[in-house]
Design a binder for this molecule. Structure first.
Ligand code: ATP
Ligand code: MG
Length: 230
C-alpha cells in the first residue's frame, strides 16, 4: 500500500529578486513499512523534501498524497492536524526540554493532543519501554548520554503511533558506535512494521536501510534497494 506518493514536486524559495529552486520535480512512491535512507550533498534539497513530506511545508507546485489523501493544497491548520497524527520527527540535536524528565518529554505530544494524564503517562511509559529506557524515565536530558537522549526523542516521536517516522541526521551528533545503536533501534522498529525515513550524509548509516534514495540538485539521482525484507 502506498503511504507517500509525490508527482513532480517542486519547491522554490524567493530570496529578494532571486529564486532558489530547492526541489525541481520529485516523483517518489513509498509503501507502508519501508525503511528508507535519503542521501545527497549539502544543499541538495533533503530537508526541504522532508519538510514537505512531513507536512511542515507545502510545495510550490506538484502533488503530494499521504495515505491517498492529497495534502499539497491544505491550509496550515489542516496540515498541522495531519502532521500531529501521522508524522513523528527526530532531529540531529534531539530537541528535548532540558528541565523535563524523559517521561515528561515523551508525554508532551499527548498533552498537546489533549490526552488524559493517566492515559498519556501509560503510553509514554510504553514508548520509553520500546526504546529500552524503562529505567531512565525520571532522568533529565543532562543526566542521559547522547544516545539515550536520542532514544528519548525517538520515544517521543513514536508516542502518537505515527504512520511515518522521519529522522534528519539522527546520528550526526553521536559517535559511530552510538549511531549504530540508534540504527539498530530503527531496524527493530522497522521489523515491527514502522515506516521510517532517515536523512543522512553517511554511507555506512544509509546502507543499513532497505532502500537508499540519492538526491542531487533537487532531483532524485538514484533509488536502490540495498536489503530486501531482512
Ligand atoms: N527557507 C529557505 N529560504 C531560502 N532558501 C532555502 C530555504 N530552505 C532551503 N533553502 C535552499 O534550498 C536548497 C536546499 O536546502 P536543504 O536545506 O533542503 O538542503 P539539505 O540537502 O538538507 O542540505 P544539508 O545536508 O546541508 O542539510 C539550498 O540551496 C538552500 O539554501
Ligand atoms: Mg538538511
Amino acid at each position: 500500500m502506498s503511504i507517500i506518493k509525490t508527482a513532480d514536486l517542486k519547491r522554490s524559495f524567493s530570496m529578494g529578486t532571486q529564486s532558489v529552486e530547492a526541489l525541481r520535480g520529485i516523483n517518489l512512491d513509498v509503501n507502508a513499512g519501508e525503511f528508507i535512507a535519503i542521501m545527497g550533498p549539502s544543499g541538495s534539497g533533503k530537508t526541504t523534501l522532508m519538510n514537505i513530506i512531513g507536512c511542515l511545508d507545502t510545495p510550490t507546485s506538484g502533488k503530494y498524497f499521504l495515505n491517498n489523501q492529497e495534502v499539497s493544497k491544505l491550509k496550515d491548520d489542516d496540515l498541522a492536524r495531519i502532521r500531529n497524527k501521522e508524522i513523528g520527527f527526530v532531529f540531529q540535536s534531539f530537541h528535548l526540554l532540558a528541565r523535563s524528565s524523559a517521561l515528561d518529554n515523551v508525554m508532551l505530544p499527548l498533552k498537546y493532543a489533549g490526552e488524559k494524564k493517566n492515559i498519556a503517562t501509560e503510553r509514554a511509559k510504553a514508548s520509553l519501554n520500546d526504546v529500552g529506557l524503562q529505567d531512565r524515565m525520571s532522568h533529565s536530558p543532562s543526566e542521559l548520554s547522547g544516545g539515550q537522549q536520542q532514544r528519548v526523542a525517538i520515544a517521543r516521536a513514536l508516542v502518537n503511533s505515527p504512520s511515518i517516522l522521519f529522522a534528519d541526521e539522527p546520528t550526526g551528533n553521536l559517535d559511530s558506535q552510538t549511531g549504530d545503536d540508534v540504527m539498530a533501534l530503527f531496524k527493530q522498529l522497522h521489523k515491527n512494521g514502522q515506516t521510517i525515513i532517515v536523512i543522512t550524509h553517511e554511507e555506512d548509516i544509509a546502507n543499513q536501510a532497505e532502500r537508499v534514495i540519492t538526491i542531487r540538485d533537487g532531483l532524485i539521482e538514484s533509488d536502490k534497494l540495498v536489503h530486501e525484507n531482512e
